[in-house]
Every structure is written in structure tokens, then in C-alpha cells.
Design a protein around this ligand. Structure first.
Ligand code: ACO
Ligand code: LMR
Length: 273
């Protein structure tokens, strides 16, 4: 047994971790043996548990994370992140540089609107704000509602990923999905492409599962919102796609990319006086 004086003499730790370690030759994650846990659990369970900092309880949430990770994996070479990765690969750069250049486009307009949407759905439901008031508030401020709108999809061309994802919470209480849908019925009445997009849908589905199935309280969900938990799923999944685009370009041996001049509008600036 160590004496109190001995404990007091201990050097303070340089860092603290609550999720994993490797002590006395046994690597652990979340308090269990790494190799056993990794051999028996799905990647979705591992990701969800490590991100929450404790083992996932809900099998439905695990299934939803797995489905989301699979559905988001790629959306063609057209989207911001894939374009960046492709251009970087064609400039002769390495795997990590090309991947990171794609990841850097994930944010409020592309892929990284999940957290912002979750924040709006969560705080509005908590405060009892009506969907109409949310839409009006954003319109007044001329701001975009995260999780609403798509360049390609619209009411006449629904996003198939959204249709599949909403089914996950169909037979449980889903106040956040209901709220998000009510917002989108207001916005689509203004413009047909102002649909509930895949980011907004994932935000609502995750909120419903975290509160109804994983039984997270309001403070815990607020903590997840502050640390951008909700965007993690897009970052992880789309990394697979970006890596695939990098490898595809290298396989094809594509040359340096340069924009054709006729695709760029050149406007001469007024002369300096
Ligand atoms: N909320 C309110 N109004 C909007 C929104 C929105 N989210 N998005 C577009 N509008 C309005 C614009 O104000 C504009 O109105 P106006 O014609 O009266 O000026 C009109 O719709 C068209 O706007 P654009 O910017 O041309 O719309 P675009 O089709 O280019 O935008 C985009 C698509 C970028 C997704 C946009 O809707 C947006 O920023 N949405 C919020 C962010 C978001 O959820 N991104 C995730 C998309 S899904 C994904 O990346 C995986
Ligand atoms: C995506 O998943 O990348 C998209 O929804 C964005 C897009 O414009 O297709």
C-alpha cells in the first residue's frame, strides 16, 4: 500500500485519457481488452462508443450509425471534398495531403452541417420554439438553416438516403425528426430544393436515438453539440470516399489539373488611382 506522502510525490500526468490505454502489456479500450472488443464488435459500435466515451447501449443506434456510415461513403466526384482531393492528387501530392485537402471542405455548407442542424433541432424543441418561428428568424437574418437545402435534390427528386434513414426511427418516438420535417415543409413551400437534406436528417435521427434509445439527458446532448460530435459521422465515412478518389486518380495517372480559361469569367478591376 502506498503512503500518502509517496502519492503526493508522484509526478503529475502529462495527459489524461478516459478511452484507452496500454498498461502491463494489455491494450484496452473503454476498460476492456482491445483485441477481444475489436474482434467481437462492429466498426460502428467501436466508433459510437469511443466517440461517446462509454460503451454504446442501444443496438438500434449502432445499426443507425452503421447505415449512416455506409450511406455517406461517397457521392461522386462532383462534390467539394472529392474535387479538392482529386485536384490535390493530380498535383502529385500524397495520400494524406489529398485526403486532408478534401476533409478541409467539410463544414457549414458541405457535410458539416449535421452539428449545426442538430443544434437548431435540439434547442428549438427544448425551448418549445415553433418551426414557423425558426424559419422566420433565419429569413429575417438572411441566414441559411443548417440541414435544409440541396443543390441536386428537391421535392420532385428526393434524396434516397434521407428516405432510408428516416425509417430507422419510424417505430420509436421521434420528436426531432418531426420538428425537422415541419421546418422543411415551411421551406419547401418557398422553394422546392429547400428540403430536409441528408445532414439535417442525420442530425434529427441521431438526436432521437441518443435521447430515446441511449437515454442521454439534455446536458449530455448539449456537451456533444459543443464538441461537434454530430459531424464525426460524415468525416469518418467520407474519408473512405476521398481516399478512393485519390487512389482512382493515381490509378488513372491523371495529369495536373488546370481550369480552361473559357470556364473562368475574368473581370478587369478598376485601375488604381
Ligand atoms: N435556409 C434558408 N434559405 C436557403 C437555404 C437554407 N438552408 N439554402 C438556400 N436557401 C435559399 C437562399 O437564400 C436563396 O434564396 P434567394 O433565391 O431568395 O436568394 C435560394 O434558397 C437559393 O440559394 P442557393 O445558395 O443558390 O442554394 P444552393 O442550391 O446553392 O445551396 C446549399 C445549396 C449549399 C446546400 C444550401 O442550401 C445550404 O447552404 N444549406 C444549409 C447548409 C447545409 O445543410 N449543407 C449540407 C448539404 S448536404 C451535404 O453537404 C451532404
Ligand atoms: C454529398 O453527400 O456529398 C451531398 O449530398 C452533397 C452533394 O451536393 O451531392
Amino acid at each position: 500500500m502506498k503512503q500518502a506522502s509517496e502519492l503526493n510525490d508522484r509526478k503529475p500526468s502529462l495527459l489524461t485519457s478516459t478511452i484507452s490505454g496500454d498498461v502491463n502489456g494489455i491494450a484496452t479500450i473503454l476498460g476492456s481488452d482491445l483485441t477481444t472488443t475489436a474482434s467481437t464488435q462492429s466498426l460502428a459500435w467501436l466508433a459510437g462508443s469511443l466517440w461517446l466515451g462509454r460503451p454504446l447501449k442501444s443496438a438500434r443506434l449502432e445499426k443507425a450509425l452503421d447505415l449512416t456510415l455506409r450511406l455517406l461513403v461517397d457521392h461522386g466526384p462532383y462534390v467539394s471534398g472529392a474535387v479538392n482531393t482529386i485536384i490535390t492528387a493530380r498535383a502529385g501530392k500524397d495520400l494524406v495531403s489529398s485526403l486532408v485537402s478534401g476533409l478541409l471542405t467539410i463544414g457549414p455548407r458541405f457535410g458539416g452541417a449535421i452539428n449545426g442542424a442538430a443544434s437548431v433541432w435540439f434547442h428549438s424543441v427544448e425551448a418549445g420554439t415553433s418551426p414557423v418561428d425558426v424559419v422566420e428568424d433565419y429569413a429575417k437574418r438572411k441566414a441559411y438553416i443548417p440541414g435544409i437545402g440541396h443543390r441536386k435534390y428537391s421535392v420532385t427528386l428526393p434524396d434516397p438516403r434521407v428516405e432510408i434513414l428516416t425509417k430507422v426511427v419510424e417505430d420509436i418516438a421521434h420528436p426531432y425528426l418531426d420538428f425537422a420535417r415541419q421546418v422543411s415543409s415551411q421551406t419547401t413551400a418557398k422553394k422546392p430544393n429547400l428540403i430536409l437534406n441528408v445532414d439535417g436528417c442525420i442530425a434529427a435521427v441521431l438526436l432521437d436515438l441518443l435521447s430515446e434509445e441511449e437515454h442521454l439527458g439534455s446536458a449530455e446532448i448539449s456537451g456533444l453539440l459543443e464538441t461537434e460530435f454530430f459531424n464525426a459521422v460524415f468525416v469518418l465515412s467520407r474519408s473512405v470516399g476521398f481516399i478512393a478518389h485519390y487512389l482512382d486518380q493515381k490509378r488513372l495517372g491523371e495529369p495536373l489539373f488546370r481550369l480552361p480559361e473559357n470556364e473562368v469569367l475574368t473581370v478587369s478591376s478598376p485601375p488604381l488611382v
